[in-house]
Design a protein. Structure first.
Length: 596
């Protein structure tokens, strides 16, 4: 009897470290939940069945190909899933091997582990059963030997005992228990799909964790089929008076293993197509053993299995979906160099920006971004997100969301200019004239950076004004975040400050020439507010207005501090009767002080 209606799929898989691998017709995907709880997916394209050679698709041979492919892929996937959790800091010996001998210790260990695993399998399932059978013959004594069928059935019986015993023993290990839970998640996900239910953890949880096409059942078939195949082969040798014993028996079984795997594969695929009770005895041993090799998964594990399954199904349905790689832990230097390379390819040739991005995400100094420390996948994601945003042209500090100004964290976005380093020198000069009892005005406050720094450093009574309500909203947020007591006023320069006078006025007004704005860097031109940049035809419009109205708003003996463009200081100073020019740290005339 064929299986009843419902969705059919050839998708199969295996459990890996904290995840599941699913393999479809044209793609394979592995989903792993990393240490931060994020589901990571790696996928690759496979050669579809119709494009494989006719020989590779032939009955039995296709089983051999599938068996070998599954062994290789399974090992690689298991090792690859472990990389998501990182390798930790390399030892001095590992560093020495990598430098002197060009050896990757992890790869070497994995290769050695594979060799040991193969040797252990041969020893446990070929050599040991043969020794056990010969031991029985010796106990009987008198040169007694079992017949061909008896030999193979006895050895097969020991194989089954060893196999079941091995599974029972390893199932007691904590890590293996979790592996078996993910194995259960794999089966439940496939069953959920085949029952035509929506793929959710809740629906999958109600499905069986026992499946016809399980590798556990395949291994049972391999053991049973091997008894018959080996008996037949040995009988053929006996016809010619040849006895196969000791090492020759081991070599014969190894040579016949591909044939056994091919026949077992055909049997597994054939039985999976029917629910007839007549074949239940053939399925029952494997299904019973699956009760051990699968455990009930939790919802988080089912989410991982579903993610892998849906990725494979999507790639099978759409050949244009690209393959992707796991985000795995990397060294800081590697991450920084990659970020720098991507920025340079995007036309941002500033090594400092890559260093800033990495250091900000990791919460370390810029000088530490090239050391051997590891970056977690979660932080690599954040670095990638920042890099992509920066490549759009958006200024770095808008991407980051804040910057440091005079020791205070200032929130940054498109509502106001990003505070510059040279403006800190403006604050430095002004603070020399500000006392705790001073009344101070920050004119054209923008982000409020100057007002915050002045108020926090001096304790003075600070008023901050700006024509932009959006800029004032941002400035208020910065004042509150830094605990600065500031009066915020919406005003077009002095228009809303009639009758008020201050001991010190500090201002960084717009000073870019209108005609120069189109030639500015796109980060400034396309993202920073035009109202905070445009200073008129010669860039001096706001300075003229300030020079005209400032006398009415500065107390006798007070001072006005202005920041200006690199070539504007002389022209700005000429607007006042008593002005002094100061250079910045680079020797450029950027600050003008007017006395009243």
């Amino acid at each position: 009897m064929k299986k009843g209606k419902g969705k059919k799929t050839s998708v199969g898989g295996q459990a890996v470290m904290e995840g599941v691998m699913m393999r479809g017709r044209t793609a394979m995907a592995t989903a792993v939940r990393d240490a931060d709880g994020v589901i990571r997916i790696e996928s690759e394209r496979l050669t579809p069945p119709e494009k494989r050679s006719k020989i590779a698709k032939a009955p039995v041979i296709r089983g051999v190909v599938s068996f070998v492919s599954s062994m290789v892929t399974g090992m690689k996937t298991l090792m690859r899933s472990a990389e998501v959790f990182g390798e930790g800091e390399p030892s001095k010996f590992e560093k020495w091997l990598a430098k002197k001998c060009k050896i990757n210790v992890m790869n070497a260990v994995m290769f050695l582990s594979a060799l040991i695993g193969i040797a252990l399998a041969v020893g446990l399932f070929i050599v040991l059963p043969q020794l056990a059978r010969r031991g029985i013959e010796m106990l009987v004594g008198g040169g007694f030997t079992f017949g061909v069928l008896a030999k193979n059935f006895i050895e097969g019986g020991f194989k089954i005992l060893i196999f079941v015993g091995y599974i029972l023993i390893i199932s007691l290990m904590k890590d293996v228990k979790r592996l078996f839970m993910y194995h259960g998640a794999e089966h439940k996900t496939i069953s959920c799909y085949e029952k035509d239910l929506e793929l959710t953890p809740q629906n999958a949880k109600k499905c069986s964790r026992i499946h016809d096409r399980c590798g556990t059942t395949f291994m049972v078939f391999v053991i049973v089929i091997s008894i018959l195949v080996f008996a037949l082969a040995e009988s053929l040798f006996a016809l010619y008076g040849m006895s196969v014993e000791r090492i020759w028996r081991v070599l014969l079984k190894l040579a016949l293993l591909p044939l056994v795997a091919g026949i077992s594969y055909e049997l597994l695929k054939g039985l999976a197509k029917t629910d007839s009770k007549l074949v239940l005895p053939l399925k029952w041993p494997g299904m019973l053993l699956q009760r051990i090799t699968t455990r009930e998964p939790d919802d988080a594990m089912l989410e991982v299995a579903i993610a892998a399954f849906e990725k494979v199904m999507a790639m099978d349905a759409d050949p244009t979906i690209p393959a992707e790689k796991f985000v795995v832990p990397k060294k800081r230097r590697e991450v920084t160099e990659e970020c720098k390379r991507r920025l340079q390819e995007g036309g941002i040739d500033e090594a400092a920006e890559a260093e800033w991005i990495v250091s900000i995400v990791l919460g370390i100094k810029r000088s530490e971004v090239y050391n051997e420390g590891q970056v977690s996948p979660k932080n690599i994601d954040k670095i990638e997100q920042l890099t992509k945003e920066r490549l759009s042209g958006r200024p770095l500090w808008y991407c980051v969301g804040d910057t440091e100004f005079y020791g205070y964290k200032i929130k940054t976005d498109e509502r106001a200019l990003i505070p510059r380093r040279e403006t800190e020198e403006l604050v430095e000069r002004a603070l020399k004239r500000i006392a705790p009892e001073s009344a101070v005005l920050d004119l054209c406050t923008g982000s409020g950076a100057i007002a915050v720094a002045v108020q926090k450093k001096s304790g003075a009574k600070v008023t901050a004004a700006d024509i932009s309500p959006d800029a004032l909203a941002l400035a208020r947020e910065n004042g509150a975040a830094n605990g600065a007591e500031i009066e915020w006023i919406e005003s077009d320069l002095f228009s809303a400050l009639e009758g008020r006078k201050f001991d010190v006025i500090v201002s960084n007004p717009p000073y870019i020439k209108s005609g120069d704005i189109a030639g500015l860097q796109r980060e400034i031109r396309d993202f920073e507010p035009l109202i905070a940049l445009d200073g008129g035809a010669d860039g001096l419009n706001f300075y003229r207005r300030i020079a005209k109205d400032a006398p009415a708003h500065v107390k006798a003996g007070g001072a006005l501090f202005l920041e200006c463009g690199e070539t504007q200081a002389q022209a700005v100073a000429a607007l006042f009767e008593n002005a002094e020019i100061f250079t910045d740290l680079e020797g450029k005339e950027r600050i003008v002080k007017a006395e009243f």
